[in-house]
Structure formats: structure tokens, C-alpha cells
Design a protein around this ligand. Structure first.
Ligand SMILES: [Mn+2]
Length: 393
């Protein structure tokens, strides 16, 4: 059996007001083509189908078109909700999607956790079991745990132990006569984030991380989502981030995007291959000096992707109209930032129109404290989902 593993579509994503959904749609159709040329038997999507809790109609259209096209080709799929998704919103369409062979687990049923172990008859007719664990915030996890039937463990223990109990319970739904896979949207310890400057490893004491020691050895493959950089984090069982299908943020500039193909037989080790994707635009951050600006901008004209331009200006320089000047030479510059040569950021009182709440927060954070760390970004996104779902007042 051959599986295709992908994650982190972020349909509905805008970058500094620029809608990435057309690129996401293309990337999803590119994946369907790969499914056909590579004879894929089932697809796994490890969360963050959408970029936010209230995705645009175009974003929904792109995602549903993906599932419908897979259905036409006879390829079943299993997806989970990620931290950017509204679990409740996905739950509202999961019944319908199930009718086109796209199984979706967005929330755990505390009365029957094994509902999250999906049985798939793959295109080649063989049996696949997917233990599909959606993203669980600490808040949601505690709520589910409190409601769950007894005997799962001590809920006073920390997040990891609670999650471990869920993983163990789901693993009891595996079937040794078939192929068994665990899918999660989480941070596995040892994962490396995107962003060339910050090759930092996640803190072990971050309660949202999962240790590879928690992964069941009965899983033949662990399909991960959440980290956008493609990487294999653990060997036994193999735990892999497929990464996002396109460079979603300037922190991912330069990342090569791909999907994983996994060849699996019951009871046998996985054979894992990486296949590149080419649909998304390239992102690039460029630093230029105010002195001698135009030749430096001209040199960037060959770049056909999306640009972030940081202009370094000596203290006291006049910067009025600078942004327009950059944009007139480089219409593909989504963002023009000014940075004084002493390192301080000079933010223009630029238009806040078309910026998402996350972009506004990111700008606010950058202005006050510097580069927005991914962990803070995720915490903000999660809080935003909770507010939009009316869980926090
Ligand atoms: Mn994501």
C-alpha cells in the first residue's frame, strides 16, 4: 500500500494582504496528479486544512475540490483538525465529507475515543487503520479528559501524560492484519522550525511538545503536521513532518516543499520517499541599503516570487515616499520595512487595511519586542480561534 502524507495547507492564508489561496489550490491539484502518477492508495492530511476559524469561500472551495477530485479518482483520505482550524466548523462538514471518502477527525468523542481510529479500504483494496488525533489545546484536552470514561489514567498529571493516555487508547484500535498509522498535529521534541535564523529546538519543558518515546511501536508510521519544515524527527517508529505544500510565510523562504510517499505492508518497516512540489510562489527577504537604492532594487527584478524588502536607512534620513518608490520598481514586494542602521525598526504608519488579526498582532509585537517567535504566534492563533468560536469572552 502506498500512502501520500501532507499537512498544513492553510487554505485562506493571506500574506500581508496577498491571497495565497490560488497557489494552495494549484498545490492541491498537483498532489492529485502525483497520486495518479505514483499510484497512491490513500491520502493523509495532518491538520491545518484552513488558515483560520472563518475561512473564505474560495478557501473552502479549494479544499472541497481537492477531496472531490480524490473521490473521482477513487482515492480515500483521512484528515485531522490542526490548531488553526475551527474544530467545530470542521465537525459541521465531516459527515458530508465522509460520503466522498474523505474522513475527517476534528474532535475526540470522550464517550468513545476509538471513533478516532478510522478504517480505510485503500484504493488497492487493502486495510488501513489511521489513529487520527486532532490538535488538542491544553484547555480542550482537559475538558475532553474530564468527560472521558474512567480508567484512562490520572488526569491530574501533565499534558504529556494525558496525551499519552489518548495515544495508548487509540493504538488499541490498530489491526495487525492491516497497515497501522498514527496521525497527529503537534510539536514533537527535536523538531526544527522553519526560518534560517532560528534553528532552535523546541524546549522540552514546553507543555505542548510530545516526546518520541510516547509514540506506539505498533504504529508503522507517524504522520505529523504543525511544523512547516519537512523533516523526519524519529526513527522507531518513523515520525515525519511532511511540511506545508508552499512557502507560507517569509520565515519559510528558501524551504523546499514536498510531500511524503510511504510504502507499507502489514508488519513490515515503512519505505519513505520525498516528492517535491512546485506550485507555490517562492518567498524571499531582501535587505537593501538606502544609499544607492535603485540599482539594488533593479537587481531584484528577476525574482518572480513574493518579496519582503528591508531598507536599511542611516539615522535621520528622510524616508517619506520610500515605500511607494520600492513598490513601483518591485510590484511583487508585499512588504517594505525600514530598519535604521543601528538596528531599530522604523515602522511606517502604513495602512492597516487588509491585514489579518495575526498580521496586526505580529506587527505590534515586532514594533515592541522584535521578531515574533513561532510559539507566541501559535498561542495567539489558538486564542483567536477560541474567541471566534465564542469559547473565550
Ligand atoms: Mn500549520
Amino acid at each position: 500500500m502506498r500512502l501520500l502524507h501532507t499537512a498544513d495547507f492553510h487554505a485562506g492564508k493571506t500574506l500581508r494582504g496577498f491571497d495565497r489561496t490560488p497557489e494552495i489550490r494549484k498545490a492541491l491539484l498537483e498532489m492529485v496528479d502525483l497520486c495518479l502518477s505514483e499510484k497512491v492508495d490513500a491520502v493523509l492530511v495532518a491538520g491545518d486544512l484552513f488558515d483560520n476559524a472563518n475561512p473564505t469561500a474560495d478557501a473552502e472551495n479549494a479544499l472541497f475540490e481537492f477531496f472531490l477530485t480524490l473521490k473521482e479518482k477513487g482515492i480515500p483520505s483521512v484528515s485531522i483538525a490542526g490548531n488553526h482550524d475551527s474544530a467545530r466548523r470542521l465537525t459541521s462538514v465531516s459527515g458530508l465529507l465522509g460520503w466522498v471518502g474523505a474522513q475527517l477527525v476534528s474532535e475526540l468523542n470522550p464517550k468513545n475515543l476509538l471513533e478516532a481510529v478510522k478504517t480505510v479500504i485503500a484504493r488497492d483494496g487493502s486495510l488501513l487503520k489511521v489513529a487520527a488525533l486532532p490538535f488538542l489545546s491544553e484547555r480542550r484536552l482537559i475538558k475532553t479528559a474530564q468527560l472521558a470514561e474512567g480508567g484512562l489514567g490520572d488526569w491530574r498529571l501533565e499534558y504529556q501524560f494525558k496525551l499519552q493516555a489518548f495515544i495508548n487508547r487509540l493504538a488499541t484500535g490498530f489491526d495487525p492484519s492491516g497497515v497501522n498509522v498514527l496521525m497527529m498535529h503537534t510539536t514533537l521534541e527535536g523538531a526544527v522550525n522553519s526560518g534560517s535564523e532560528s534553528h532552535f529546538k523546541f524546549d522540552i519543558d514546553n507543555s505542548y511538545t510530545v516526546s518520541s518515546a510516547m509514540l506506539p511501536t505498533t504504529a508503522q508510521y507517524v504522520a505529523l503536521g504543525h511544523i512547516h519544515k519537512s523533516q523526519q524527527v524519529a526513527q522507531y517508529p518513523p515520525a515525519v513532518y511532511s511540511g506545508s505544500p508552499l512557502q507560507l510565510d517569509f520565515g519559510e523562504a528558501g524551504d523546499r516543499k514536498s510531500v511524503r510517499l510511504i510504502d507499507l505492508e502489514p508488519g513490515r518497516p515503512a519505505q519513505i520517499h520525498t516528492l517535491p512540489l512546485s506550485s507555490g510562489k517562492m518567498l524571499r527577504s531582501a535587505r537593501v541599503l538606502l544609499d544607492d537604492l535603485d540599482p539594488q532594487l533593479e537587481a531584484l527584478r528577476d525574482f518572480s516570487g513574493l518579496l519582503k524588502v528591508v531598507v536599511r536607512v542611516p539615522p535621520g534620513s528622510a524616508v517619506a515616499g520610500l515605500k511607494d518608490r520600492v513598490m513601483s520598481i518591485l510590484p511583487n514586494a508585499l512588504s517594505v520595512e525600514l530598519e535604521r542602521l543601528d538596528g531599530a525598526l522604523l515602522l511606517e504608519a502604513a495602512s492597516r487595511q487588509n491585514l489579518t488579526p495575526l498580521e496586526l498582532f505580529s506587527r505590534y509585537y515586532t514594533e515592541r519586542r522584535g521578531e515574533l517567535p513561532d510559539l507566541v504566534r501559535d498561542a495567539f492563533s489558538e486564542a483567536l480561534v477560541a474567541v471566534e468560536e465564542g469559547e473565550l469572552v
